[in-house]
Design a protein around this ligand. Structure first.
Ligand code: GDP
Length: 172
């Protein structure tokens, strides 16, 4: 890999935003990767590693009683990927609130970890452009972290590499 140290990347977003589909493009195709699903009922975390990159996928729409468990993941994270369903205009404000919670969290707020946003499902007619998504999510308010938004089609993988390359550049 291009990194000589271990990097923890948190992949976060509402359910159905496309996290699992998107991560399939980053995941190695061989079966040597680690892939775990926590056995807790109603609370699911997926983890896998590629080279020195350790990805943890968290659904933000889970029940709030499990949220205290998230702190463990926030603590050591070096980068965040936030997946937004750019076709779900109704729940974009929910995604924005979730982003707020993340940004205000004690383990995140003063950190410089870069955040990559995917305006996903760009292939769907009527999907918000990255600029519209940026405005709806209020990304201009992030002033102490490097961030970037790009549109993606998680099914074909279009835009995924471009995004991850931006993130990798910030991590080197
Ligand atoms: P998760 O809950 O965030 O992990 O979302 P999934 O990866 O399970 O995706 C939810 C649904 O959206 C699935 O039916 C995917 O096939 C679909 N989906 C994900 N990404 C895209 C995309 O870029 N375009 C389209 N058209 N559908 C997508």
């Amino acid at each position: 890999g291009f990194l000589h140290y271990e990097v923890k990347i948190l992949v976060i977003g509402l359910d159905n935003s496309g996290k699992t589909t998107l991560i399939n493009h980053i995941k190695p195709s061989n079966t040597s990767s680690t892939f775990e699903v926590t056995p807790t009922v109603g609370y699911q975390v997926e983890e896998f590693s590629k080279h020195n990159l350790n990805f943890t996928i968290l659904d933000m729409s889970g029940e709030s009683r499990y949220r205290n468990l998230w702190e463990t993941y926030y603590e050591n994270v070096q980068a965040i990927i936030f997946v937004v369903d750019s076709t779900d205009k109704v729940r974009m404000c929910v995604a924005r609130d979730e982003l707020d919670e993340l940004l205000n969290h004690d383990h995140v707020k003063d950190r410089t970890c870069p955040i990559l946003f995917f305006a996903n499902k760009m292939d769907v007619p009527g999907a918000c452009t990255p600029v519209d998504t940026m405005k709806s999510m209020g990304l201009e308010r992030i002033t102490n972290k490097a961030w970037h938004i790009t549109s993606s089609n998680a099914i074909t993988g279009l835009g995924v590499d471009e995004g991850v390359e931006w993130l990798a550049e910030k991590l080197i």
